[in-house]
Design a protein around this ligand. Structure first.
Ligand code: ADP
Ligand code: MN
Ligand code: MN
Ligand code: MN
Length: 337
């Protein structure tokens, strides 16, 4: 029987790209071919040369449609010459992953996000007012403390059914804010799975009339922002003794503060203020157990002398292909010097 393939790609919206998708019906047994779309409607091409190419790079079962239907994550290429489109950040991540393959870097990304009503106010905020201050919401249970549990449950099961490497979920510090984690795996696997997990979240929330926001600071004032803590390790860090490789990785990243911050998502200055479990965006630091540091080394890692580190700076709206590529280039590049 014919089946449906949902082609998913990242568009050219600025300052933060959006996800797009469309459906192709395929004959039984046919693998999803290269396809195209109108780039003039996604900020990816001018009207007179509007065609862009969709190149399938990752497929998984479609947990929403079920049966034999699939999701097809695509890279965007120029129709003209087949080269990666300027918005295709995955291509550069593929190159860096190949170049530094011997370091066997793996990542785990914690995706925080904020649920909004259609009018743009966070879910859980009373009409025209504010909820009680932060405190009871993080990992909370019970009405008045957490919202939209039904949506979170559905999304989590959908990620599992799609075969994505989802690791866990938790309610966050601000009402209406949640988190899920994807990993730990190589840069491309984590980024592909995270992109599909983001799409599933938007898609499922659509049925609840809830808006998913990846904004870095969706609510001004004394409310936590939303991040995408990026946990990373090289083979050397995992086989370390006395944290030598872990410290060297942190030092290397500390030498490229501007480059990383510039690419860690729109509006990072509003989020990384030094308050709300963040370090100021323009001052780099790393430390054990320190949630006020740019990079945190978990206490178990210090105890073992080996393991991984957590770059706490990336925004919820970060491009996973960009943050993983930068960490690969900075950490592995320094290790080879
Ligand atoms: P916390 O909220 O305390 O920062 P989480 O449990 O939300 O921690 O996330 C921990 C993350 O660390 C997960 O995404 C996991 O994949 C990642 N991680 C664990 N071990 C490694 C490792 N060796 N290399 C890279 N990432 C790792
Ligand atoms: Mn977490
Ligand atoms: Mn969190
Ligand atoms: Mn974290």
């Amino acid at each position: 029987m014919a089946y449906q393939a949902e082609y998913i790609w990242i568009d050219g919206t600025e300052p933060t790209p959006l996800l797009r998708s469309k459906t192709k019906i395929l004959a039984d047994g046919k693998t999803p071919p290269v396809w195209g779309f109108d780039g003039s409607s996604t900020n990816q091409a001018p009207g007179d040369k509007s065609d862009c190419m969709l190149k399938p790079v990752f497929t998984c079962p479609d947990p929403i449609r079920g049966r034999d239907n699939i999701l097809v994550l695509c890279e965007v290429d120029n129709a003209r010459d087949g080269k990666p489109h300027p918005t295709n950040t995955r291509a550069a991540c593929v190159r860096a992953s190949k170049k530094y393959a011997q370091h066997e870097m793996i990542f785990g990304i914690e995706q925080e996000y904020t649920l909004l009503k259609l009018d743009g106010t966070p879910l859980g905020f009373p009409d025209g007012g504010f909820p009680a201050p932060q405190g009871p919401y993080y990992c909370g249970v019970g009405a008045g403390r957490v919202v939209a549990r039904e949506l979170i449950e559905e999304h989590t099961q959908a990620c599992i059914d799609a075969g994505l490497m989802i690791e866990g979920t938790n309610a966050e510090v601000m009402p209406g804010q949640w988190e899920f984690q994807i990993g730990a795996a190589d840069a491309l696997t984590v980024s592909d799975h995270l992109t599909v997990a983001r799409w599933l979240l938007h898609r499922i929330a659509e049925d609840f009339n809830i808006v998913v926001s990846l904004a870095a600071k969706p609510q001004k004032g004394d409310w936590n922002g939303a991040g995408a803590h990026t946990n990373f390790s090289t083979k050397a860090m995992r086989n370390d003794t006395n944290m030598k490789a872990i410290k060297a990785a942190c030092e290397a990243i500390g030498k490229k503060v501007d480059l990383h911050i510039k690419n860690y998502g729109h509006d990072i200055e509003s989020r990384l203020t030094g308050a709300h479990e963040t370090a100021p965006y323009n001052r780099f630091s790393y430390g054990v157990s320190n949630r006020g540091a740019s990079i945190r080394i978990p206490w178990q890692v210090e105890l073992a002398g080996k393991g991984y580190a957590e770059d706490r700076r990336p925004n919820a709206n970060v491009d996973p292909y960009v943050v993983t590529r930068l960490i690969i280039e900075t950490v592995c590049g320094a290790a080879e010097r």
